[in-house]
Design a protein around this ligand. Structure first.
Ligand SMILES: Nc1ncnc2c1ncn2[C@@H]1O[C@H](COP(=O)(O)OP(=O)(O)O)[C@@H](O)[C@H]1O
Ligand SMILES: [Mg+2]
Length: 151
């Protein structure tokens, strides 16, 4: 499916391997949607098109990046040979820099969270913002231990 005839879209549906409650599952989907929509415009980062959070299964509609992950590209020798890896690495770094400029830490950068778009000279698209952390939104500091230390 094409969105405004600009790009194809992918629908990411919430899965629940750890048996979260629907409420928590919704929070996870919302967090990913928020982070994705906060990202600055960058060709290596996906556009969020929409969300369906009314009832489970919750869905995110995002820019489609094809079916070649870095994992797949490194596992298939014929495919790996045609990929301009130095260019891809430089572009991935540009993508990560854009994430950080958006005050977000990805927290789950790995080979199956980066897609390589064949029709764009294998330009990467960094996906899966479900484990992100917003910079500045740090967890509360641990309280100092109470009581004397035993020696
Ligand atoms: N925008 C997308 N375009 C194409 N494929 C995608 C897209 N988003 C996810 N996928 C595919 O689905 C897989 C799982 O998506 P991901 O967002 O990483 O979910 P999870 O949180 O389960 O790891 C990816 O490794 C990729 O193969
Ligand atoms: Mg993933």
């Amino acid at each position: 499916m094409r969105y405004r005839s600009r790009f194809h879209v992918a629908v990411k549906t919430s899965t629940n391997p750890t048996k979260l409650s629907d409420n928590n599952l919704r929070k996870v989907a919302l967090k990913e949607a928020r982070a994705t929509s906060t990202l600055e415009a960058c060709v290596y980062l996906p556009h969020l098109i929409g969300v369906c959070l009314d009832e489970p299964p919750f869905k995110l509609v995002i820019q489609y990046g094809g079916d070649i992950t870095v994992l797949k590209a490194t596992q298939e020798r014929a495919l790996s040979r045609v990929i301009p890896w130095m260019k891809v690495c430089r572009e991935m770094v540009e993508g990560v820099k854009a994430i950080h400029r958006s005050n977000i830490i990805h927290n789950d950068l790995k080979d199956d969270n980066v897609l390589l778009r064949k029709n764009m000279a294998f330009a990467p698209l960094i996906i899966d913002f479900g484990k992100t952390q917003e910079l500045g939104a740090t967890k509360p500091q641990r309280k100092p231990p109470v009581g004397k230390l035993q020696q």
